[in-house]
Structure formats: structure tokens, C-alpha cells
Write a protein that binds this ligand. Structure first.
Ligand code: FCB
Length: 454
């Protein structure tokens, strides 16, 4: 096909060792919900609550990746990416979240990692992309301090099996989402609606991150270690004092809560004041554990956020293009965010660990002409280039997602993949965006080869 050219300026030159990748997560693609000894996760349970998932679906089969992994690895390699970001399903490898390990589950991830290495793709492993073993939830889940220690044992078990071959280990994906969407708004698993519980969960997630880092380092882990946060610039809807205050609070809860804890050993005073009696129980030493130095910070970026005191603002008001999720297409927000992170916190190295968009794709005659997604990706890659040109140490960019998949509470209706999945047949079809990404990566490789005379 004719791959559309990337509208990049010459200043958007990426370092030769810049990491380019694609991402997925276990519950969203694997299926095999109870295959070969896997235990249930909180998402297996949540999906069964009437009304929880827009189309009434679940991840029982998803992209059937559990049974199609080798072909999917071929697909990944065919794109020319240097990295694949995936997550381990904790209940697949340790069905009850503690105690006995499931050999078949561990074997699966071992074959996945070895299969990537054989194909020249670096494995970027995430330990927790939301599918907590349900057995742990029945004992209080992330609200319960003991879960922190179960997570450290799990991290050590994965490290013992795979730690010598993965390039990076991320502890948690998007603790804000687990905390806020899962425990305060109740729209994601486990579906709870308590602010106090949510902030305690956020604290335990951060604490388990710090403890896991220390334990992994003590076990001589060679993989680079970090966490992935969903962050965004928060803009006030208007210049009114009330809207400005709303934006400041939202920034406190989404960005500074995590960044200040991870890099400044404290929670932001304004957010603690807002929380009052809902503030988390913090034990001596917790904050310095949380701030254990990381090798990298990963961020997931999809759009900006706009805050208004009366909640009246909604995407679409600004006239910006919207994705199928109803999210504004706002690439400059990624540059703005990266510059701010670099300015306000001593962040070692940064990766965009997720960026992408859902659009209403149509498969016609074996093709998906997803021009909007191509434009979205090109603009966001250029936004990363802008941040790099201004001195931000960005080391990689990873597209969400390799495949169309189970988009949580939205079910299968929202398609984020650069590869189309026909769920009836499980046939994979490269969308134009996948062809474009591959051509872009080829041009990058060619430029490097020419520069080095290779
Ligand atoms: C992120 C999640 C990822 C995917 C994208 C669209 O919040 O990490 O699993 O659902 O959003």
C-alpha cells in the first residue's frame, strides 16, 4: 500500500536507540479465562454484573491470544517494532494470588518472552494491568495492606522465572484508574464506590510498587524497573477562580498525588486537605519506600482533561476532533505534559507506554482505511519529537494497541488496534495505521543505517 508520509519536521529526529513498540494487556486479549489452571480475576467477576459492560461482553475469549500467541508474535515482528509491552495475568500464574504457582501459566509467559527474543523484539513486562486475582479481592483486595506483600511475592516469582530475559518490568499500570475508576466511581472492577477506600488503594498500590522495586533489586534484577501512570495536562474550562480551583484539585488528584509521592516523598498538601477524614492511613517509612528510585517513568497519554467547577464542561465544546471514546484529539498536550514532568520532578527517563485512539473502523475488502488513526499517531509522535527537541529525556513510544481488544467497560465496540480483529473468526487484518507505522519504522531504520554507513 501507499503508506502516508509522516508529517515530521527535521527537528523531530529520534535517538538511534529510541524504543518503538506496540502494547496489549492480559485480560484484554488473552481469553482462556479458565484455561490450564488459571484462577478468576476481579474482571472475570465484574463482567458478570448486569450492566457493568456496555455490550454485556467479557474477556472469556477476547482475541484468543492465549491459543494464538505464536501467530501474534509473528505479527508483532512483522511490524518492525523493537519492543512489545504486555502484562502477566497474575491469576493465570498464581490462581489464588498467593501460595501455589500454576506451571502452565508460567510456561505460557516463558514461551511468550522467548518467542519475542527469538524474533528480535524486546519484552516489556507489566506485572499488574488490573486483573487482580479474585481470591485476593475476597480478602479486601488493594484496600487491604496484606495484598501489598502478596504483590511483592508475585513480583519475585515472575522475576525468578523471566527476570533475566525481559528488558523492563513495570509494577502497576495506571494506579489512578484502579483507585478512582475501580473503587470510587465503581465503573471498573471491582466496582466499589468509596473515596476513602480509593485513596487507601492508591496508597497501597504505590507502597507495593516501592517494596517490589526494593525486593527485585535485592534479587539482582537486571531488567529496568518503573511504573506507568495515566497523566494529562488539566486545563480549566474558563478563567474563573472556581474553574481554576477545580483544575488545580484535579491536577492534584491525577498528577501530583502520584508524582509527589514517587519523587518527593509526600502527598500534596492541598489534596490531603480536600480529602480530610478520607486521607489514607500511612505508616512510618511508607513514603520513603514509595520514593525508591526508579529506572524509568512510563506515561499513558490519550488526551487532555478540562475541569469546570460545576461539571458543565464536556468534550466537543472546544470544537476539537473527538475519537470514538469521545476524547479530544489534543497532541500538543503530550508535549506540554512531558515538558512539565521533566521540569517539576527529577524523572530519570520517560517512556510513552500507551498512546492511540479508537475510531469507527470498517473492514472493507480486506482493508481498513483508518486515516484518522494514522493522523493521530503521526501527530503524537511529532509531539514526542517536540519534547525531545526541548531536552526531555524520552526513551520510547509504544502504540496502544497492537490489536482491537476488550476495552473494559466499553466491551468490544471500541477499537484501538492498529490490527483489526474479526471476533467471529479471530482473523487479524493490518489496518492502514499498521502499514503506516511499519513504513515509518523502516524509514527510521534506514536513516540510522545511512548515518552509520551500515
Ligand atoms: C488505558 C489502559 C489500556 C486501554 C487504554 C485505552 O487506560 O491502560 O488498557 O484500555 O486505556
Amino acid at each position: 500500500m501507499n503508506a502516508p508520509d509522516l508529517p515530521l519536521d527535521p527537528h523531530c529526529r529520534f535517538p538511534d536507540d529510541f524504543v518503538w513498540g506496540v502494547a496489549t494487556s492480559s485480560y484484554q486479549i488473552e481469553g482462556g479465562a479458565d484455561a490450564k489452571g488459571k484462577g478468576p480475576s476481579i474482571w472475570d467477576r465484574f463482567c458478570r454484573q448486569p450492566g457493568a459492560i456496555a455490550d454485556g461482553s467479557n474477556g472469556d475469549v477476547a482475541c484468543d491470544h492465549f491459543h494464538r500467541m505464536p501467530e501474534d508474535l509473528d505479527l508483532i515482528a512483522s511490524l518492525g517494532v523493537s519492543a512489545y509491552r504486555f502484562s502477566v495475568s497474575w491469576p493465570r500464574v498464581q490462581p489464588a494470588g498467593q501460595g501455589a504457582w500454576n506451571a502452565a501459566g508460567l510456561d505460557f509467559y516463558e514461551r511468550l518472552v522467548d518467542g519475542l527474543l527469538t524474533r528480535g523484539v524486546k519484552p516489556y513486562l507489566t506485572l499488574n494491568h488490573w486483573d487482580l486475582p479474585d481470591a485476593l479481592q475476597q480478602r479486601g483486595g488493594w484496600a487491604q495492606r496484606d495484598t501489598v506483600h502478596c504483590f511483592v511475592d508475585y513480583a519475585l516469582g515472575i522475576h525468578a522465572r523471566l527476570g533475566d530475559r525481559v528488558a523492563a518490568i513495570t509494577t502497576h499500570n495506571e494506579p489512578w484508574v484502579i483507585s478512582t475508576m475501580g473503587h470510587e466511581r465503581g465503573v471498573f472492577a471491582p466496582g466499589l464506590t468509596s473515596c476513602a477506600t480509593a485513596v487507601q488503594v492508591a496508597h497501597h498500590l504505590l507502597l507495593s510498587h516501592g517494596l517490589a522495586l526494593r525486593a527485585l533489586r535485592a534479587a539482582a534484577c537486571r531488567a529496568r524497573l518503573g511504573i506507568v501512570l495515566n497523566l494529562a495536562p488539566i486545563h480549566a474550562a474558563t478563567a474563573s477562580a472556581a474553574d481554576q480551583a477545580a483544575a488545580r484539585l484535579e491536577d492534584g488528584r491525577l498528577v501530583r498525588w502520584y508524582m509527589d509521592a514517587l519523587f518527593h516523598t509526600r502527598y500534596p498538601a492541598d489534596v490531603l486537605e480536600f480529602l480530610g477524614a478520607d486521607a489514607p492511613r500511612v505508616e512510618d517509612g511508607d513514603m520513603s519506600t514509595i520514593a525508591t528510585p526508579m529506572d524509568f517513568l512510563g506515561i499513558n497519554y490519550y488526551s487532555r482533561s478540562v475541569a469546570s467547577a460545576d461539571g458543565s464542561w464536556h468534550a466537543g465544546r472546544s470544537g476539537l476532533a473527538l475519537t470514538d471514546m469521545g476524547w479530544e484529539v489534543f497532541p500538543s498536550g503530550l508535549t506540554e505534559l512531558l515538558l512539565r514532568l521533566h521540569r517539576d520532578w527529577p524523572v530519570p527517563s520517560l517512556y510513552v507506554k500507551e498512546n492511540g485512539a479508537a475510531f469507527r473502523d470498517e473492514l472493507v475488502d480486506g482493508r481498513v482505511h483508518d486515516a484518522e488513526r494514522v493522523a493521530y499517531l503521526a501527530a503524537h509522535i511529532a509531539a514526542v519529537g517536540d519534547a525531545l527537541a526541548q531536552g526531555v529525556p524520552v526513551a520510547g513510544y509504544i502504540v496502544w494497541s497492537l490489536l482491537d481488544n476488550f476495552e473494559w467497560a466499553s466491551g468490544y465496540a471500541k477499537r484501538f488496534g492498529i490490527v483489526h480483529v474479526d471476533y467471529a473468526t479471530q482473523r487479524r487484518t493490518l489496518k492502514d495505521s499498521a502499514h503506516w507505522y511499519r513504513a515509518f519504522l523502516q524509514r527510521q531504520a534506514l536513516r540510522i543505517a545511512q548515518a552509520t554507513g551500515a
